[in-house]
Design a protein around this ligand. Sequence first.
Ligand code: CO
Length: 171
Amino acid sequence: MRILKTIALSALTVLFINCGGGDKKEDKKEEVKLKTNTSTSTKKEDPNVTEIVLLANDQMQFNMKEIKVPAGKKVKLVLRHTGKQPVEVMGHNFVLLTQGTQMSEFAAKASTARDNDYIPEGTDQVIAHTKMIGGGQETSITFDAPEKGEYTFICSFPGHYSMMNGKFIVE
Ligand code: CO
């Protein structure tokens, strides 16, 4: 009897271990499934939205000098700060200016609007803008592409616009 009991217990133990192993495998499968789902959902593109990913770094640079989007569609602009500096030191945003706006004049006004995320309060010179972010952060905005033409985008953090600007072309 005692031997039988021992055998039964060992069998149970083996079963238990096997189950444990099996569960872990299941977990891994789940993880893979989740990852696959995420990538498929990113691939599902809305044909009416043009997605732009703009990078900004600790060297006060955008990775694009020119952004081209089609007219008559929405634009989803993702701004990603790839640096490490905090927002107070190396803040970046994306500000799309109306045609005819003087970049340097606007930037001067913006630099005094610290309490308003460096966007002049009540301005009519901004078509769209993201919030200000620091290193490692990401933000996005979705807006209607303005009418065909050439526009200017800048980062309105004090002192950044002269290096951080580019053309936003709607065609
Ligand atoms: Co900046």
